[in-house]
Ligand binder design. Structure first.
Ligand code: AMP
Ligand code: GLY
Length: 430
């Protein structure tokens, strides 16, 4: 089977690796920058922007691709799945219309309201600067301000944290009033991803990502600095009943797409805030999370390609998907100065590490030497019977890399988890 992976980050390296575990798969790939990890696994690579739909389809037709797996959101928004399907190539990822769940925050909230899906915070949608500004000026409370369209995870601003009222007004002006303004949710965040074939939804282990650049959840938002998951597939501050609530929100969302006559296929990613009222939906993504894909794909004990095949053919069965009961910790190494002023072109010395899994991301390989680029560089995943074991593996591997990169030591530590548990206890007054 010829399988095409679209995208060139750490997430796509994990996808490519998981696919290549099936010996009947010949891997092809398209990416904007050469990812050395995916490159080594691929029979043929096309270096091209993933949003260049015409070029990707031409490549896929020429290489007689059977299935395409789409990693990032930008090609979904550009309609890559629709175009591949038109050429008879089955694709793992939603159509452009269904991907609006991620690419258009107005669509997401309106759909939740229209289909009476639980977990939706109070929100208002604006299309002009004046009314959005007036709304902010006439309220005392703080809000989350979200650009309607895609911003690579860096466009949401939280009043009281990133912006005061005056700055919020000017931010809205910069966005020309095209914003969703939402009630601020207070709690702890978690990610639930699920495989979806249009009418069946199978959950993956819960993961917690860390968006802030620096230790202790400080500094600017990033694409995600690292993530962990627990052996019981829950999180220390999310119990099974809360997980089921989140899953029901995602199931209702899948059914809403069925009702709309636009079946959703691929990964449905729910970012939730566990609040004192239970899980509320922060946002949906129409793809695997990056880094969260690296946690769940490390644990996947069934054949990934068979899942892809089943999803694309609308034939997903719960027995097809299983995950091992271990903990994982994923740490992204990023260039010094990331995300605001990343230092690029610095050489890295990466030692072989037998225990940790290495996924390359935005890194340049020249004559067997590695150099930083402007985005997240590479990730290590540690797995183990306990979180502590998994953490030690990832941390050791990360520590061994020499060069101008940094990472968050605290991701996956008990100390950070204790802080989250304390926060939840305070919220629930226990
Ligand atoms: P998003 O791009 O929608 O994932 O938002 C980025 C980050 O902003 C989230 O991970 C949350 O930390 C925060 N956020 C988004 N919406 C809200 C909200 N309604 N209340 C509190 N925090 C939010
Ligand atoms: N880790 C967050 C995302 O992939 O959007």
């Amino acid at each position: 089977m010829n399988v095409l992976v679209v995208g060139g980050g750490g997430r796509e390296h994990a996808i490519a690796h998981a696919l290549s575990c099936n010996s009947s798969v010949s891997l092809y790939s398209v990416m904007g920058q050469r990812n050395p990890g995916i490159d080594k696994l691929s029979k043929k690579v096309l270096i091209r922007k993933e949003t260049d739909v015409g070029a990707v389809v031409k490549f896929a037709e020429h290489e007689k691709i059977d299935y395409a797996v789409i990693g990032p959101e930008a090609p979904l928004e550009a309609g890559i799945v629709d175009a591949l399907l038109t050429s008879g190539i089955l694709s793992f990822g939603p159509t452009k219309t269904a991907a609006r769940l991620e690419t258009n925050k107005e669509f997401c909230r309106m759909m939740m309201s229209e289909h009476e899906i639980a977990g939706c915070p109070m929100y208002r949608v604006f299309h002009d600067t004046k009314s959005a500004e007036e709304f902010i000026k006439s309220h005392d409370e703080n809000f989350a301000i979200k650009p309607i369209g895609l911003t690579g995870g860096k466009g949401v601003k939280i009043m009281g944290e990133h912006l005061d009222k005056k700055e919020a007004v000017s931010y809205i002006g910069n966005l020309k009033g095209q914003v969703v303004i939402e009630e601020l949710l207070v709690g702890e965040e978690f990610t639930l991803q699920a495989f979806v074939d249009g009418s069946t939804l199978i959950p993956m282990p819960l993961v917690q990502d860390h968006k802030r650049a620096f230790e202790g959840d400080t500094g600017p938002n990033t694409g995600g600095m690292g993530s962990y998951s627990m052996p019981d597939h829950l999180l220390p501050f999310v119990n099974d009943s809360e997980r089921r609530t989140a899953f029901a929100i995602m199931k209702d969302t899948m059914h809403a797409f069925e009702e709309m006559g636009e079946p959703y296929r691929g990964v449905l990613y729910g970012q939730f805030m566990n609040t004192k009222k239970g899980p509320m939906l922060i946002e949906f993504n129409a793809r695997f999370g990056d880094p969260e894909a690296m946690n769940v794909l490390t644990l996947l004990s069934s054949d990934f390609f068979e899942i892809i095949e089943a999803v694309c053919q609308g034939d997903l069965k719960p027995g097809k998907v299983s995950f091992s009961n271990e903990a994982t910790v994923c740490k992204y190494l990023v260039p010094e100065g990331y995300p605001e002023n990343p230092k690029t072109g610095d050489e890295l010395i990466i030692r072989d590490n037998e225990k940790a899994i290495l996924y390359y991301a935005n890194i340049e390989e020249r004559e067997n030497r590695f150099y930083t680029m402007s985005s997240r560089t590479l990730a290590f995943v540690g797995r183990g019977k306990t979180l502590e074991e998994a953490h030690e593996v990832a941390e050791k591997a990360a520590l061994d890399v020499k060069g101008k990169v940094r990472y968050r030591h605290d991701i996956g530590t008990q100390c950070l988890i204790d802080r989250r548990l304390k926060h939840m206890r305070e919220l629930n007054n226990v």
